[in-house]
Design a protein. Structure first.
Lengths: 263, 333
């Protein structure tokens, strides 16, 4: 385990060094993301200029959930971005072979191919927004709450990674799983807003089947007092464990049937 | 070191018919076809051998290597590499082997070459002192220091191949699998790579399984040759035997102006040799002639031809592997 941490540290240091070299690239990516986030927020703000509450939720409560939603997504984006390429090209072009030729876990090898600092934009926005919302809502900051916050964020990141991994691994069978990955990821945006505004059907899907709800809405609303600790804690951590187990099994199955790509 | 027993690999795929109608039909039908890429192959390779694994394109060479490196699981039979079943204990097997695929790189694309080397050192847990010594040795033999700080993306093919070979050797693997390592390379780089492989084999007793289409490479490196065709092993023996039996033919192509005059030539009678030792055809303003190089020289043939017809250009080459394989089949039937 420690060995993998050291290896990952090495990979990351190198990519950071490399990315800093193209400073223009780095800043464009960074600010690009910032801008996208800002426009999303501007939209929210404008909406709330016209309505006092959304289905019972105040502006700052929504803001908190929105900001909270960015954090697991950002962490996942930062570290495991290369999983997209599994679905896009690694299998089709036979580039997967090299991950099977090294004495390290192939998933680790795949993930360590890329470190995406653009995601820092996402994370910073998330922290800022959440901070503002916490202040405006007058939320109490206790040691327990901080720990839970971190646990929820990490569990949420694992859920994101697992969902991504699951759909990317379908490429072992269908060769190009980009379309379905894009579709699924679009659903992740649903978790930025309160569950109740969706139909029962959609709620069921994003809670139970593709558990995006547990990356943001459910854990975030524990802090606003709308969800019990039991549901938030066991639900989120449970969803993380289950989704990772399912995704990793599909990944392993895919490797078993992998047939490379001619020459 | 390597034990291959009745190794078989079949690929199943949907047979699709051409055209739009065929594509629609394909949605409803369930016809699958099986292609046997590797069919019941067996051989044993001892430590320190350099074996040429040759055959025409599509013969099953890469598929066999992929099974020995753990990428593919065989449909039948088994293989052991240094006592390990590669597709069952992949990571353990990876520690013992080095692989170079000529068509694909294993270096980290977006990072400087030096980083690939140090990352590999960490991945394979090579002690620092050993790493330094090995890098010195590899540099002396492959000369990559001039581009070691360049991003792999920016390297030329020749530089990349040298780097790939070095990367495969960092952990001093007991076995090197080289799948067409010199494809597309110029003569100088090919020379370097051959020297490197020879030295590594001598210095570390590395077992080498080499796939190539280049007869000169076989000539220089291999002491044993295994030939595979349509998934089956059709020859397994030492190089000298192989050369004696099959490597003696060469081909001359002569560009001529007058086909009619060329038809008057008869090389069999001129040199008193049977058509097995010398045969030719005339087409498209060219005489393409195959001859036994120990029984008649190219100079003799050319002057004989020049006697009757004007020659504009000459091209002499070794008989390509495909023709040798064809020849082996004809010898067997």
């Amino acid at each position: 385990m420690g060995r993998y941490l050291k290896l990952y540290g090495r990979f990351t240091a190198q990519y950071l060094k490399f990315m800093m070299q193209s400073k223009v690239n780095f800043f464009i990516g960074f600010f690009g993301f910032l801008t996208v986030q800002a426009s999303g927020l501007a939209f929210l703000y404008l909406v709330f200029q016209h309505i006092p509450t959304l289905n019972g939720w105040s502006f700052y409560e929504i803001l908190f959930i929105y900001g909270f939603a960015q954090l697991p997504r950002g962490i996942d984006h930062l570290l495991t971005d290369y999983i997209w390429l599994l679905g896009m090209r690694v299998i089709i072009k036979g580039e997967f072979d090299r991950y099977l030729l090294r004495p390290i876990n192939p998933l680790f090898h795949l993930i360590s191919e890329r470190f995406q600092p653009d995601a820092f934009g996402e994370i910073i926005v998330g922290i800022v927004i959440t901070g503002i919302a916490i202040k405006k809502l007058g939320m109490e900051i206790t040691f327990l709450k901080v720990i839970l916050f971190i646990v929820f964020i990490l569990a949420g990141a694992i859920i994101y990674t697992s969902i991504k991994l699951f759909f990317a691994s379908l490429a072992f069978w269908i060769k190009n799983s980009m379309p379905i990955m894009n579709l699924t990821y679009a659903m992740a945006d649903f978790a930025k807003y309160p569950n109740q505004i969706y139909s029962k059907f959609v709620q069921a899907i994003i809670t139970v089947i593709i558990p995006f709800a547990f990356t943001a809405f459910i854990p975030a609303t524990y802090f606003t007092g709308d969800t019990s600790l039991t549901l938030a804690l066991f639900g989120t951590v449970g969803a993380a464990i289950i989704s990772f187990t399912v995704a990793y099994s599909i990944w392993l199955r895919g490797i078993k049937i992998y047939e490379s790509a001619g020459n | 070191m390597i034990h291959v027993e009745n190794l078989t690999k079949e690929f199943k795929f949907r047979k699709s018919q051409p055209g739009l109608k065929g594509a629609v039909k394909g949605l409803f039908s369930n016809v699958t076809e099986t292609k046997t890429a590797v069919n019941n192959i067996s051989f044993d390779i001892s430590p320190g051998e350099i074996v040429g694994y040759i055959g025409s394109n599509g013969a099953g060479k890469s598929t066999t290597i992929k099974m020995m490196t753990g990428i593919l699981t065989p449909t039948g039979g088994r293989c052991l590499v240094n006592g390990i079943v590669p597709y069952e204990k992949r990571m353990e097997n990876s520690q013992n082997i080095g692989v170079v695929f000529g068509q694909r790189t294993q270096l980290w694309w977006d990072l400087p070459l030096s980083e690939t080397f140090t990352i590999l050192r960490d991945i394979y847990r090579v002690p620092n002192k050993e790493f330094q010594d090995r890098m010195e040795f590899l540099e002396s033999v492959l000369g990559f220091n001039e581009f070691i700080h360049s991003t792999v993306r920016t390297l030329s093919l020749g530089q990349r191949m040298r780097a790939d070979l070095a990367a495969a050797m960092i952990h001093n693997p007991k076995i090197l699998f080289l799948d067409e390592p010199s494809i597309g390379l110029d003569v100088v780089v090919k020379e370097n790579i051959r020297k490197a492989i020879k030295l590594m084999n001598k210095e570390f007793n590395t077992t080498v399984l080499l796939t190539t289409h280049d007869m000169a490479e076989i000539e220089e490196l291999c002491n044993r040759i295994i030939i595979i065709d349509s998934g089956e092993k059709i020859y397994d023996g030492d190089k000298k035997q192989f050369k004696d039996k099959y490597g003696y033919m060469k081909t001359i192509e002569m560009n001529i102006a007058n086909e009619e005059k060329a038809k008057l030539l008869n090389f069999n009678t001129s040199f008193n040799l049977s058509s097995e030792d010398i045969n030719w055809s005339i087409k498209d303003q060219k005489i393409v002639l195959n001859y036994h190089k120990d029984k008649v020289s190219s100079m003799q043939i050319i002057s004989c031809a020049m006697d009757k017809v004007d020659i504009n250009d000459i091209n002499i080459r070794e008989l390509p592997i495909e023709d040798i394989v064809k020849g082996i089949y004809q010898g067997l039937t």
